[in-house]
Ligand binder design. Structure first.
Ligand code: LLP
Length: 435
């Protein structure tokens, strides 16, 4: 039984509460599978990150990495909390603009931004373009000439640090498709190219070392390397780095076995490292930007499913199926990600068995949770997977032509549908019949 749910998250019927709403009622009212976000948790996490900077008296930006979860309401929420965002495609940019998010607070990332996407970023006056490779410097240079304009840029550096996490989500090691390598001198070459272009205003440098990182050490090393690089460029080229962006990746708790520091503790440490290192190297304290994705939305999200069929393989195991699966959360299959689940109507009831909680997709690997402890269950019961808020819906698919779930935001006990459930008609909306 998870330590996550306590008497505080339960109402007088004994049902799980999400943001003050009864989880069984949410499933009944909006149907399943359903993605629910507790808005207060999202707001609180953004505020905690901001508080670290305010307390340290450092110029900053908390740029929500919107690939973790994006819809119109989410962009509006981040804007209400005066956050910045990181976008990685024309699609994310467009949705954020549609939500009224100020372009000036967007950072545009990506290792293969198209000419059209870069043009769009310039036309919409996106705050900063995070330059990732030489091809992009040329592409952007040409567009700036054609459009007779200028823009702010930063250089994405690969600092040669590999974070201890699942190998698919490492991005900071030297052998990476992202960014300019420090060791081989690519970073300096890129610096010179950008500085030679009067239309590009170099704000500073960026590194992202990985995702779901639990150790402070990786961030400390990356932050120090970035300051050292800034000091080197100051000394060699008299260039003053105005922004150091340390990316995201702050690990969160998924199961009782995870014991991460609080996400804001990582940031405190990073800020202190940068402060100490700038002092030691004698350069001016730059603004510090972070790009948390998972740590802002992960623990705020819940996936609600209804239990359907059950298969008991005598002497081996039991499979309990739900009405969603790999289409709404691919992470268990893709990364061996682990989650916990509780019954919506009896979250604290003592388990009587361990089962494989499986989805409804036509793949044996469609397992959401292995060996999930459960009390007695029956078809129709609502089960809630916890901490599904990051990279769940954002990586959802229509595999097997299952429609994507609805998304409900709850705040102060009030639910609101912020993304409607796909229906069957939506599934062929893009198709043309055969001529
Ligand atoms: N900044 C950059 C440049 C990134 O590449 C990423 C994530 C972030 C920020 C946000 O990282 P976060 O704080 O969310 O860890 N689909 C994978 C995660 C991929 C992360 C890719 N980059 C997953 O489901 O675990």
């Amino acid at each position: 039984m998870t330590k996550q749910v306590t008497n505080e998250n339960i109402n007088d019927k004994g049902h799980l509460l999400i943001g003050g709403c009864d989880a069984v009622d949410l499933a009944n009212q909006f149907g399943t599978p359903l993605v629910v976000y507790d808005v207060a948790k999202i707001r609180s996490q953004i505020r905690k990150f901001k508080a670290v900077f305010e307390q340290s008296n450092v110029d900053y930006a908390v740029c929500y990495a919107s690939k973790a979860f994006a819809n119109t309401a989410m962009y509006q929420l981040v804007n209400q909390e005066q956050g910045h965002i990181d976008v990685v495609s024309g699609g994310e940019m467009q949705m954020a603009l549609h939500a009224g998010f100020p372009a000036s607070k967007m950072s545009f990332h990506g290792n293969n931004k198209s000419s059209d996407e870069l043009k769009m970023a310039l036309e919409k006056h996106v705050g900063v373009i995070m330059l990732d490779n030489f091809h992009e410097i040329n592409l952007l240079g040409n567009l700036l000439n054609d459009m007779n304009t200028t823009c702010d840029v930063m250089l994405r550096i690969t600092p040669g640090i590999s974070a201890h996490t699942h190998e698919f989500i490492q991005t900071g090691q030297t052998d990476s498709k992202f960014g300019f390598d420090l060791e081989s001198g690519q970073a300096e070459q890129a610096f010179k190219k950008v500085k030679a272009n009067e239309r590009m205003n170099l704000l500073g440098i960026h590194a992202h070392i990985g995702s779901q990182v639990f150790e402070l050490k990786g961030f400390e090393m990356a932050a120090s390397k970035l300051v050292d690089l800034a000091a080197e460029w100051k000394q060699k080229f008299d260039y003053e780095t105005k922004v150091i962006n340390v990316g995201g990746g702050f690990g969160i708790r998924y199961t009782d076995e995870d014991e991460p520091l609080k996400p804001e503790a990582f940031v405190k440490n990073i800020v202190e490292t940068i402060k100490a290192r700038t002092k030691a190297t004698g350069i001016k304290m730059p603004a510090v930007w972070i790009e948390p994705g998972r740590s802002i939305v992960g623990n705020a999200g819940y996936n609600l499913y209804r239990i359907g069929s059950r298969k008991d393989v005598p002497g081996i195991k039991s499979y309990v199926s739900v009405d969603g699966g790999m289409g709404d959360n691919i992470r268990p299959m893709l990364y061996d990600a682990e989650y916990e689940a509780v019954m919506a109507d009896q979250p604290l009831r003592k388990p009587i068995e361990n089962v494989h909680l499986v989805g409804k997709y036509c793949e044996s690997g469609d397992v959401l949770i292995k060996d999930q402890p459960l009390p007695e269950t029956k078809p129709g019961d609502v089960i809630v997977m916890l901490d599904t808020g990051a990279y769940g819906y954002s990586m959802a698919s229509n595999y097997n032509l299952n429609p994507k779930p609805a998304i409900v935001f709850v705040e102060n006990g009030k639910p609101q549908i912020v993304t409607r459930r796909q229906n069957y008609d939506d599934l062929y909306e893009l198709d043309n019949p055969l001529n």
